[in-house]
Design a protein around this ligand. Structure first.
Ligand code: CTP
Ligand code: MG
Length: 222
């Protein structure tokens, strides 16, 4: 089974104030961390790196595997869809946010194996540790059952044909989701979870960047 990885690095970084995928962490741009991890996974045969159009030629990548650079879209979903159009003859696709530099090989491998064993998709997740409540206009209205709550991360792994189908359908139906699993769930596909980590957090704000620097410094080189 041919597996393609899609690494998303076409965001604007509005909440952080700059394109976070290019910020250097211990001398290496953030997106390169995920590339290094994906490079170590034998199951993955090619990588589609999605970049902002204006950075496409400028950005240098280091990879043993074949990397195809493509330009992203306005929304994350559009960036994924652009990447899917470049995939030819793959059975499985693994999508990962470059804003999560500390994903580990196991997360990709478990996801791929879950899909190989019959699931339409597998998403990286951790069980909610905190109590989560719904609050409306300052008033607490409900305490959710923590046993059923998971915090969702990437990588997210899917059967390629089905993911392409839901993306095409979402364009027609005018539906936008914050992750790919949302579209798959919406159209009735069976998605499972694979084990994530607190360290696999998404760099969103300046605070997250401080945390990422601390983690990178305390870590052996990749
Ligand atoms: N992403 C992308 N194309 C977009 C938007 C996001 O490839 N049009 C990627 C980002 O580069 C990031 C991941 O999707 O790796 C998750 O998105 P997010 O954390 O929201 O990053 P940004 O969109 O860059 O940040 P912000 O929402 O604060 O502008
Ligand atoms: Mg965003």
């Amino acid at each position: 089974m041919k597996v393609t990885a899609v690494l998303l690095a076409a965001g604007k970084g509005r909440r952080l104030g700059e394109k976070k995928q290019f910020i250097k962490l211990k001398g290496e741009p953030l997106f390169q961390y995920s590339l290094n991890t994906i490079n170590k996974i034998d199951l993955i045969s090619e990588i589609i790196l999605v970049l902002p159009e204006e950075d496409l030629d400028r950005i240098k990548v280091f990879s043993f595997k074949n990397v195809i650079k493509v330009s992203g879209g306005k929304e994350r979903q559009e960036s994924v869809y652009n990447a899917l159009k470049y995939i030819d003859g793959s059975d499985i696709v693994v999508i990962h946010d470059s804003a999560r530099p500390f994903a580990v090989e196991k997360m990709f491998i478990e996801g791929i194996n879950n899909v190989k064993s019959g699931w339409d998709g597998s998403i990286t997740a951790i069980k909610a540790r905190d109590t989560i409540k719904r609050v409306k206009e300052g008033k607490v209205i409900q305490t959710l059952n923590r046993e059923e709550l998971y915090i969702i991360q990437t990588p997210q792994t899917f059967l390629f044909n089905k993911l392409l189908y839901v993306h095409e359908k979402a364009v027609k139906d005018n539906i936008v989701g914050t992750d790919d699993a949302f579209l798959m769930e919406k159209y009735g596909y069976n998605i499972t979870v694979n084990e994530g980590s607190v360290l696999n957090f998404k760099i969103t704000t300046k605070e997250d960047m401080i945390l990422a620097n601390c983690i990178a410094k305390g870590r052996s080189p990749f």
